[in-house]
Design a protein around this ligand. Structure first.
Ligand SMILES: [Zn+2]
Ligand SMILES: [Zn+2]
Length: 201
């Protein structure tokens, strides 16, 4: 469940019962196989209790709920008069900004040498870096299918339409199979130098 006011997802924590986490606390995102509509994603997140836990999130919640669009979150909130206007305003604002060519999330595709708009469902692996201020992010490009690693701020992920002006990019095209991406990701993130790329779309 996503709360647009706090920009946090709620998942179960076996120690504390409940955890509220931002997108930047996700560690792995993987679409479950099968014909489920909307698609369901299994995620792992870094919890305040110090451990990582699995969670399930629908495609709508992952990509659209942060914009106030679609998903169960909006449906529930429509039942409560207090939150309803805020949700509607968010949704209207998001729709206007996308129409104007602004994107809620973006990344730099190394294979194509250009920035691309993206949704969180294209994220593959995430890891904290730089004392928690930054996040290493492996993204599968929705256009060319190659995986790139960017180094971004937490706001770049957690605040829709906040795009870092520059991001770090690992100058390396990654294997397309996910197991190897995860392995290479860990190795590259802590050893590789990052090239700087402008993210203006
Ligand atoms: Zn926990
Ligand atoms: Zn690409």
């Amino acid at each position: 469940m996503y709360d647009a006011l706090t920009t946090r997802y709620t998942f179960a924590c076996p120690e504390r019962g409940e955890a509220r986490v931002a997108l930047s606390s996700f560690r792995r995102v993987e679409q479950l196989p099968g014909p489920a509509q909307p698609a369901v994603f299994e995620i792992e997140f870094g919890c305040v209790c110090g451990h990582e836990h699995p969670g399930l999130v629908s495609h709508d919640e992952l990509d659209w709920a942060p914009l106030g669009l679609g998903g169960d979150a909006t449906f529930v909130n429509l039942m409560t008069a207090t939150v309803d206007p805020v949700e509607q305003e968010l949704a209207d604002l998001a729709a206007r900004r996308i129409e104007a060519g602004e994107w809620p999330w973006s990344f730099f595709c190394y294979a194509e040498e250009r920035p691309r708009p993206v949704f969180p469902s294209a994220f593959v692996v995430l890891a904290p870096s730089g004392g928690g201020e930054e996040v290493g992010l492996a993204v599968r490009c929705p256009v060319c299918g190659n995986t790139s690693i960017n180094l971004v701020t937490t706001q770049h992920l957690d605040v829709p339409f906040h795009n870092d002006r520059e991001v770090g990019v690992v100058p390396h095209v990654f294997a397309s199979d996910l197991e190897r991406v995860a392995e290479e990701f860990a190795a590259e993130l802590y050893s590789a130098r990052f090239d700087s790329r402008r993210l203006a779309l």
